[in-house]
Design a protein around this ligand. Structure first.
Ligand code: BJ8
Length: 430
């Protein structure tokens, strides 16, 4: 990216240009070494490479142009932020930065050190003004999923208007659904106030279709990864999922479908990316926001093939669609309630849906091992590993639990552990 041409825009947004340049240099080098060194990538990945190269440039320019035309931008961190409502209010929803170690020292100056890196990372990005998505957002929408996020949103609200959705922790019960319906009504009113636009049934129907189409395209991509040989690397598929939270929805959906056309051709010709007999893995656990590519990169460089992510940056996002059973705004809100209450996040109790999901995915993708990925100090995912491990054992598969942060300091140690894990899978195969 030619960074200089964006300086005036970044300055207007209040970005710390010098610090931001440091971030861009790190990202460019990391991306080049992790992504551009891969062999035999699908040609249609060109688009996604381009999006990454312009993720702080052209995409922000688009958002700023839309803001000048009167549209609002709503930033979010969680799958529980109902993007259908934002689009129905003619706002744009974007994912905010929270996947890099870069901003953590700034957060550490304020927050307790023993917090999950995702939380520290996003708070640090707002403090150090190097995330243009934060700087472009008119409103941030948070959620009461885990305690760490919930409390840090209070502090974030001192820096940028932050609306917090209260999430029922038993979302699949009647009380949970009734509660969530009321929260959606309140959020709808908040969005109407922010944008000055009324959310009508027609608008909501259109936005549900818009987002459903995105989810369908991602599901199509995911299903193609189950083919043998798999036509795309886990790293590339992860990148597409990560970009899905920032790119324009319509364009992104079209580009994912174009990529899937190419992958279908690859499948019909028996062309794949993984080496023959590569151990087939599922990664299950905490979300991996851009540029968190550490685990995929280690596993695939050691000859494994990551076929599926049971994660919010993965199957939890696209497995279910919003399926309206009526035409009124209330009917459509209830359809959103139903869909969102099926997201199996470890913040919920009990979270049996996740256990079922892991089982289904292990079978669909015929995986030979599961790497359980948890961020440090994420109690929900850390504790839920015990139940997932039991389930994976019943399936007769090995599981490796990796607890890590965003720093690269433990890469060698993780590499050694993944190497030993892949050896177990290879021996089992023989
Ligand atoms: S729906 S997984 S995106 S909350 S890793 S910040 S849980 S301490 S991110 Fe998540 Fe929504 Fe759930 Fe998905 Fe807290 Fe854990 Fe950190 Fe986490």
């Amino acid at each position: 990216m030619m960074a200089e041409k964006y300086y005036p825009m970044w300055k207007t947004l209040g970005i710390d240009i010098e610090k931001h340049n440091q971030l861009l240099n790190i990202l460019t080098q990391y991306y080049t070494s992790v992504y551009l060194s891969q062999k035999n990538r699908p040609k249609k990945m060109d688009y996604f490479d381009f999006v990454v190269s312009e993720i702080h440039g052209l995409r922000i320019q688009e958002l700023e142009e839309s803001r000048r035309a009167g549209k609002k931008v709503v930033g979010a961190f969680c799958l529980y932020a109902p993007e259908e409502l934002a689009y129905a209010a003619d706002a744009t929803m974007v994912g905010l930065c929270g996947g890099a170690d870069f901003s953590i020292p700034d957060a550490d100056a304020v927050l307790p050190r023993t917090l999950c890196p995702l939380i520290k990372s996003f708070y640090g990005f707002r403090l150090n003004r190097t995330c243009p998505y934060f700087q472009s957002s008119d409103l941030v929408v948070g959620e009461t999923t885990c305690d760490g996020k919930k409390k840090v949103y209070e502090l974030l609200n001192e820096l940028i208007p932050t609306y917090v959705l209260e999430i029922p922790h038993k979302p699949d019960t009647k009380q949970g659904k009734d509660f969530w319906f009321k929260e959606l009504e309140a959020f709808k009113a908040e969005l109407e106030k922010l944008t000055g636009n009324k959310i009508t049934a027609d608008k909501l129907k259109a936005s549900i279709e818009l987002v459903n189409n995105k989810r369908k395209a991602l599901k199509r991509l995911s299903d193609l990864r189950a083919k043998s040989p798999t036509p795309i690397s886990g790293l590339d598929a992860l990148l597409i999922m990560q970009i899905s939270f920032n790119d324009d929805v319509k364009r992104f959906t079209a580009k994912v479908n174009e990529l899937c056309d190419e992958l279908e051709e690859r499948v019909s010709k028996g062309e794949g990316v993984a080496i023959k007999d590569a151990p087939k893995l599922m990664i299950s656990g905490c979300p991996m926001a851009i540029p968190n590519w550490k685990l995929h990169s280690i596993a695939e460089n050691l000859g494994a093939s990551v076929l599926v992510e049971e994660s919010c940056v993965g199957t939890r996002y696209f497995t279910d669609l919003v399926e309206p059973k009526g035409e009124s705004v209330d009917d459509l809100l209830w359809a959103i309630v139903e869909k969102y209450s099926k997201i199996p996040c470890a913040c919920f109790t009990p979270n049996d849906a996740r256990i079922e999901r892991v089982t289904e995915l292990a079978k669909q993708f015929n995986v030979e091992g599961v790497i359980y990925y948890t961020l440090q100090n994420c109690h929900d995912y850390n504790v839920e590993a015990i139940k997932v491990d039991r389930t994976v054992k019943v399936l007769g598969l090995p599981m490796l639990k990796i607890e890590t942060d965003y720093a690269m300091g433990d890469s060698e140690q993780i590499k050694t552990r993944v190497e030993a894990f892949l050896e177990i899978i290879r021996e089992k195969k023989q």
